[in-house]
Design a protein around this ligand. Sequence first.
Ligand SMILES: [Mn+2]
Length: 343
Amino acid sequence: MVYTEDKIKSALELINNSKEIVIISHKSPDGDSIGSSIALYYYLKAKKANVTMCHPDNAPNFLNWMTGTDDILTLESDEDHVNEKMAKADLIFLLDFNTSGRIGKLDTILEETTAKRIMIDHHREPNLNFADLIFSDIQSCSTAQLIYEFIEASNDLDLLDRNIAQAIYTGIITDTGSFRFSSVQPKTHRIAASLLDLNIDHSTIHESLFDSNSENRIRLVSYTMLEKLVINRDLHTAYISLNKAELERFTAEKGDTEGLVNQALSIEGIKMAVFFKESDGIIKISFRSIGKIPVNEMAKNNFGGGGHLNAAGGKFVGKLTDAIDSFVTILPKFVNNNKSTFE
Ligand SMILES: [Mn+2]
């Protein structure tokens, strides 16, 4: 039980005693970081709190339709304002991440504040010194679901409105591949049902999230699958890569490479997929797997990253080709060490 009576009481006291609350989340925003932030934002507003969202970078286009995204201040676009709000804050919510490495330059600003911190998150291995109050549930499918449960545990479900419901629903479906990942619990569907009861337009939400591809993106995806997909049948692994020139050729925008790695994973017989992307002078690596293959260990032990069992990220400093070489060298041993999970 994440939301014990004691801890909820402490959280509500912190909320009630705060003059300025800030909600922060991780860089490279996704549906869950944006959705959970907006949901908590409108909930705290409904409780008459003075609250601001401050994120490291701007939301990708496929999330910009959501009511509330315009209210997110970002270091990328509005550094002064973010600095000002963070300095004034007496309470900061940390959503959908659990360690300082996930928030980019926002970390330095966070370190300078003396504000109390409440962390709500579902990633593995939370840094337990990172916040004053920690609500961490690694079984939960999404931070958005945890926000719903926070509101529920606070006896405030009557404050749920369409904006909150839409944001929670978005966080849940983007972090669960539309209810298909093993992290989905019966409770996830019950929560989704109660969100639909608030008259959110779930069909339009799906359309906005998944049917808003630009022509460039479809061409980029097609090129990647045609020219850049490498499959190792023996090791049940597929990988793809994109260098800077290729990303520029298709004028790739933020979010355009989202989901590419899942397409590689969808190939029959493939149990692990990896995507290498040249970005800002480093190589960003996304890992996906099915079943019990622990890609978070692969990311953590070799590429300075981490994440979930089936979805993790890491990075490599150096050339794209060297990143791939290094992965290809490690791969046989990883598959061998996790033999039973690959069968
Ligand atoms: Mn999440």
